[in-house]
Write a protein that binds this ligand. Structure first.
Ligand code: NAD
Ligand code: DAU
Length: 355
């Protein structure tokens, strides 16, 4: 089996769902269920013995030691993190605790477990660290996209904490020989994306007749990847990635934020036209910029394509249409997130979750 951290979050839950749709290998899912963790994402796995959910902190050494000893995973996939840049600006403490201290504690627990594994399990074991392109900092308009060889130049408390975790993972490989893999991915979008992030926020605000807040001039550029393509990249790196290597993952979809917001509005105009015939674009409002806002991210994904044969399956056009349709089809999920009742799901569906 595999152990996943953060499997109730946006990318982690998509990963667990995709994993169990393609394989019968069980998943132990360790998640603290912060505001970003939502077990409703995994409702379709209720009663499925292949999914073992454990509510807990990845920094809880006693708990993680026990889970490793009990389930003996062949791999640990580390998704758990504080992930929202704006929250990291308002309150960096949780980012330091989970992303840096938590990753350190997890690495130590995994090292102890891995060191004591007999062969051939020891050689086959993998620790896969899920990271971000934000560790590389920001690009000017004419710079080439981020390659794996770019220097780390993180600019926000979030990206600095992720950069620190990447360095720890690297060091645990070089010093202790822990068999690690790291992926650095661009902006994901898709189902179960928490509506604090750009794309889901625009969709739910548009439908609620609220302003669509665009930071600054809206010309900041991001590379966008459909979340299921990120999941397939992680599966491929786990399967065949070279130990100690990092792999940049991206969609070759660089777009300014304003284009993204216009695309979302155009799709909503088509799929859920307003009664008065006006466009959702009228709700766009420019608001003050994010402090230290990175101007441009772009990913050179040639290494993962060349070495591992991975390519995204979705274009931005197909992925964003599926995403907007998913939000239209799941008003209850949106409502439960907005009224906070998603946080009761764990008690309603699972009773007391054994940690
Ligand atoms: P998310 O915020 O949606 O989910 C994070 C999950 O981690 C939540 O379920 C939360 O409850 C859990 N968690 C937080 N602190 C924890 C702790 N101390 N112990 C155990 N669980 C804890 O994040 P996401 O967008 O799904 O991102 C997942 C990973 O991918 C992160 O490491 C992030 O840095 C990375 N990443 C995200 C993106 C993106 O666009 N969202 C892109 C590249 C990389
Ligand atoms: O690049 C990968 C990263 O992408 C991940 O590591 C992070 O976990 C993830 O949150 C994301 O970070 P961003 O800061 O790029 O994502 P966010 O959705 O917060 O913002 C995307 C862009 O949209 C960014 O330029 C800021 C802008 N924005 C965002 C919000 C929430 C707005 O203009 N208005 C908004 O209301």
């Amino acid at each position: 089996m595999i152990l996943v951290t953060g499997g109730a979050g946006f990318i982690g839950s998509n990963f667990v769902l995709d994993w169990l749709a393609q394989s019968d290998e069980p998943v132990v899912n360790l998640d603290k269920l912060t505001y970003a963790g939502n077990l409703e994402n995994l409702a379709s796995l209720q009663g499925d013995a292949r999914h073992v959910f454990v509510q807990g902190d990845l920094g809880d050494r006693v708990l993680v030691d026990r889970l490793l000893a009990q389930h003996r995973p062949r791999a640990v996939l580390h998704f758990a993190a504080e992930s929202h840049v704006d929250r990291s600006i308002h309150g960096p403490e949780d980012f330091i605790q989970t992303n840096i201290v938590g990753t350190f504690r997890l690495l130590e627990a995994v090292r102890a477990y891995w060191s004591a594994l007999p062969e051939p399990e020891k050689t086959a074991f993998r620790f896969l660290h899920v990271s971000t392109d934000e560790v590389y900092g920001t690009l000017r308009q004419d710079d080439p996209p981020f390659a794996e060889t770019n220097a780390y130049e993180p600019n926000s408390p979030y990206s600095a904490s992720k950069a620190a975790s990447d360095h720890l993972v690297r060091a645990w490989h070089h010093t202790y020989g822990l068999p690690v893999l790291t992926t650095n991915c661009s902006n994901n979008y898709g189902p179960y994306h928490f509506p604090e992030k750009l794309i889901p926020l625009m969709i739910v605000n548009a439908l609620a007749d609220k302003p669509l807040p665009v930071y600054g001039d809206g010309m900041q550029v991001r590379d966008w990847l459909y979340v299921k393509d990120h999941c397939s990249a992680i599966r491929r790196v786990l399967e065949a990635g070279r130990l100690g290597e990092t792999y940049n993952v991206g969609g070759w979809n660089e777009k300014p934020n304003l284009d993204i917001v216009h695309t979302v509005c155009t799709l909503l105009d088509e799929l859920r036209p307003k009664a008065d015939g006006s466009s959702y674009k009228a709700q766009i409002t420019h608001v003050p910029d994010r402090p230290g806002h990175d101007r441009r991210y772009a990913i050179d994904a040639r290494k993962i394509e060349r070495e591992l044969g991975w390519k995204p399956a979705e274009t931005f056009e197909t992925g964003i249409r599926k995403t907007v349709q998913w939000y239209l089809d799941h008003p209850e999920w949106v409502q439960h997130v907005q009224n906070g009742s998603y946080r009761d799901w764990v008690h309603k569906q699972y009773g007391a979750v054994a940690a």
